[in-house]
Design a protein around this ligand. Structure first.
Ligand code: NAD
Length: 254
């Protein structure tokens, strides 16, 4: 899917981003693995190189405008541009009822998950080559409220506003911007540190209804959205949620 192309993944050191970085590489891309956790990014880039692929690890704090500009100018200078930018890095705060929820948590969620991704897109879009695409990781919590994590949910809802607002202007440049909205995924973010090995994508099994997904379930959709196969999809928020948003739930049939 990505032979001769260059893909960047933020949050590439762990979870969904790690799965996506490995899958982009398996599909032929040179992969820029960007993360605050540079040791983790180097581990993932090293695994790609050990498997015969091409990768570079770059440190970035997505909350910093300057760091985003350095990251994407590095992509332009070293690789002549990007074909896919998967802006996936994010954080989840401690859960708290609204009455106890700290304003500082709200600010941090918006600073990293919303403003950070905005800054990433601002720096990434001019570096994407025509035919390329950006994909951001929103969340099911960007489609539905998540009462114990109001800042997180607000930030993820906000990302969809950015994605929809960029679709039309960048269509003129031959670029697309979409969001993937994962349900619950087994990653360190939700306390699951054991990585699930990647499988042949054509043998990937469906998660149980409303059940936990594996990082690869999200990575495959992100790759598809970033690829020419999704050329007709622009400005969309795609749930990857094992039917969570499809109905009222088995326990609440009314
Ligand atoms: P994860 O914690 O395994 O990975 C997140 C990665 O982002 C880590 O490597 C971390 O170092 C990096 N990161 C955090 N802050 C950063 C910053 N300021 N700059 C650069 N890198 C930073 O979690 P994950 O589940 O793979 O999360 C990836 C994305 O998926 C996030 O945006 C998250 O909100 C979203 N998401 C996760 C779930 C889930 O259930 N795991 C559900 C919906 C959406």
């Amino acid at each position: 899917m990505f032979g001769g192309k260059t893909a960047l993944v933020t949050g590439g050191a762990s979870g969904i981003g790690e799965a996506a970085a490995l899958r982009f590489a398996q599909e032929g891309a040179t992969v820029v693995v960007a993360d605050l956790n540079i040791a983790g990014a180097e581990r993932v880039a090293g695994a790609i190189i050990a498997a015969g692929g091409k990768a570079a690890a770059v440190a970035v704090d997505i909350a910093s405008d300057e760091a985003n500009q350095v990251l994407f100018s590095t992509c332009r200078d070293r690789f002549g541009g990007l074909d896919a930018a998967f802006l996936n890095a994010g954080i989840l705060d401690n859960w708290a009822e609204f009455e106890e929820y700290q304003t500082a948590s709200f600010d941090r969620m918006l600073a990293v998950n919303l403003r950070g991704t905005f800054l990433g897109l601002k720096a990434a879009m001019p570096v994407l080559r025509p035919g390329g695409a950006a994909v951001v990781t929103a969340s099911l919590a960007g489609l539905l409220g998540l009462p114990p994590a109001i800042g997180y949910s607000t930030a993820k809802h906000g990302l969809l506003g950015i994605v929809k607002s960029l679709a039309a202007p960048y269509a003129r440049h031959g670029l697309r911007v979409n969001a993937v909205c994962p349900g619950s995924v087994l990653t360190p973010m939700v306390g699951v540190t054991e990585a699930t090995p990647l499988v042949d994508p054509d043998t990937l099994e469906a998660p149980p209804y409303r059940g936990d997904l594996h990082p690869q379930h999200i990575a495959e959709v992100a790759l598809f959205l970033a690829s020419r196969r999704a050329a007709g999809i622009n400005g969309l928020a795609v749930p990857v949620d094992a039917a969570f948003t499809a109905d009222f739930g088995e326990s609440n049939p009314e």
